[in-house]
Design a protein around this ligand. Sequence first.
Ligand SMILES: Nc1ncnc2c1ncn2[C@@H]1O[C@H](COP(=O)(O)OP(=O)(O)OP(=O)(O)O)[C@@H](O)[C@H]1O
Ligand SMILES: [Mg+2]
Length: 822
Amino acid sequence: MPESAENMPTPPAPETRNPGEPFEVAVLALQNLTVFPETVVPLGIGRPRSLAAVEAALATPEKLLACITVRPDRSDDTDAKRDDLYEVGTLVMIKRMDRTENGMRIIVQGTERVRVRQWKQEDPYLRAEMEILPEPNVVDSEHVEATKRNLQQMITEALALLPNVPPEVRIAVLGQVDAVRLSYFLASILNLGVEEEQKMLEANTADELVRAAHTSLTREVEILQLRSKIASEAQVEMDKAQRDYVLRQQMRAIQKELGEDETGEAAETELLRERLEKAELPDEVRTEADRELRRLQRLPPAAPDYHVIRTYLEFILELPWLKSSEDKLELAEARRILDEDHYGLEDVKERILEFLAVIKLRPDTKSPILLFVGPPGVGKTSLGRSIARALGRQFERMSLGGVRDEAELRGHRRTYIGAMPGRIVQSIRRAGVNNPVLMLDEIDKLGNDYRGDPAAALLEILDPQQNNSFRDHYLDLPFDLSKVFFIATANQLGPIPAPLRDRMEIIALAGYSDREKLEIAKRYLVPRQVTENGLNNAQLKIADDTIELIASRYTREAGVRQLERNIGSIARKVALKIAQAESESVTVTAADVREYLGPPRFYPEQARKELHAGVATGMAWTEMGGEVLFIEATLLPGGHGLTITGQLGEVMQESARAAQSYLWSHAAEFGIDPAIFKDFGVHLHVPAGAIPKDGPSAGVTITSALASLYTGRRVRPDTAMTGEITLSGLVFPIGGVKEKVLAAHRAGIRRIILPSRNEADVDEIPEDVKKELQIVFVSGIAEVIDAALEVLVANPPPSPALLDSARAHRPDPEPQPLTVKG
Ligand SMILES: Nc1ncnc2c1ncn2[C@@H]1O[C@H](COP(=O)(O)OP(=O)(O)OP(=O)(O)O)[C@@H](O)[C@H]1O
Ligand SMILES: [Mg+2]
């Protein structure tokens, strides 16, 4: 610190600085530059006198410094002396100082204008007695205001010609209401030359100042316009790359001038280059990455493309192009893991192990694509996880539910703003290896619309011939998906496009019997909920009959998800009791369930003790598993045709008509008076009318209900049935046997009528259920009627006399076509 600084009065604080009052301050000589009040300017300091002046200023509490410009005719490269300087300058406050290799870099903010009264010293730095100059005063306010508006108008024009001006500048300029400040600001950003700038700084009235600003700006705008005209003409000839290069060079220069550090950017691209060098990449990827890196190095960080390319390169770096995890496949161990994670599902586990065995024997073959189909909560997703664990592979899951756009799977091209990689490669990146188990959940819920069909993209992804060079739009490079072990899940096969289905090995999970649910709950769900809720096995016990009650009355599902949720709510309530020290341990019995879960939510259809003539018990398959349903038919004396209610779909309505026609044409064979078809209408109804039902498998049940109605023989109440019928009286096989039979068993049915051609499906039914059931296989309607109806006529059909009276009531004696009401 210079010694002379110690005994001189420091400049007064801002609030006590008055125009005209003298004070002493260090002076910084500026070359080719004028600082104006209210403006912020970065300055590079290198000359000895300047450095000393800044040091002196920094040593004062106010950190004030006077910036005075060197007269243009005096300026050369030597350190400026007092005679070289103008007399009017700007008092500035040093806001920031950074030391650099060859001096320092400061950022100053102009405060007031000052005039030199008397030079005090020249060495080691310039120092002078100064006085504050008053702010330029407004003489003719209308003139000033008009000129100011004019200025703003011109600025708008100028900005239109300068597309690269940052929006902040635009806002700052156009939002400025003060004519003086606006003029100073303009003077500081326009390159006016020292003399003109000094003239503006010295202007003592606002009128003079805005006029000067106006003149300069007018000239600048004219130059800009001219330049833009020349540029647009030249542009046609100038090759784009060359133009970009020139612009970038200019930008560099400006950045340097502004003191924006370039080292950060350089270091960043350098780092990327090093990472790319070390990364294991296929040749094609490396070539492309290097090309992009070279583009990046030429770009300034402010360019919009800079960020895009950087993100792209980072994504490339994160992708496991060549990185695989090693399979640790021991079949015995795999079986142990599958058994550890899941109860039952023997045949499913068996098939999974078969596939794993193939992978083990021939590691180079393509992995099979598995498709787990079944109702919710039967363990499809969690089996996928187990397979990954058994193989020692990473597991990633993506839900396809509601994916309607191909781009979601395959990404957007990088030319789009905000483009992103597709979900497939994103999952691979998350997995961190190129051979994860990738679960495509809910493949049956895939949508498609005008944006492109995601199923088509999936076809390619799942095609072993093509997926070794899968092209994500964003990456635009081939990625090898052939090592991925794909597992898809679905609730239904129907909505999955056939070509997609053909690529996959279908494994069906039908749902669990009550016994299986109990076992799963005891072994997995209760222990899991106990730990999840911070309890231990001693603190919560749930009795077996309690679990059964929850499964039957609080849930209606083929899987165990609701069951687990209900057990979870019990566990939470018990945890609360224990936390509040109300009890130390709780055993939940069937009698307590209501207290924990409220009143039962479901009263599932139970086998009825007795059925009226015209009512038959059927079995239906729903997405939730199986269900029993009752089909009811009644005669309408004096009516005609077939009235159908209960929201039956078209296929079921057709079954009903076929059943009626068959019985009509074989009336004699079944002992039915044919007159009944002409004289009575039939109303067919399936309760639970709010739920739409469809499918051909109700044919057998409808036939039984109608046969019962027409013969008066009742359907056996212990018997449930399913099967499709044809007009010629054949019974065709149906799907979902296991779910249907389990549901019927749950409902208390002990006798089942099934199509003969479904005999093989019976193997899937758990032994404990099967041994409590009698199963009758049928292949024609006559057999159905024999098996379903009681022999005794309980409720004789209408007598001929009644038929006569019914006939008398009918307005139209001709047989009517069947009418169907929905
Ligand atoms: N056999 C089983 N043994 C043990 N736990 C099971 C079994 N089946 C299902 N679970 C458990 O039930 C829960 C639901 O299973 P998961 O989420 O796999 O169902 P999901 O079939 O994928 O259903 P969704 O079709 O709704 O996706 C899981 O916590 C799972 O561990
Ligand atoms: Mg699932």
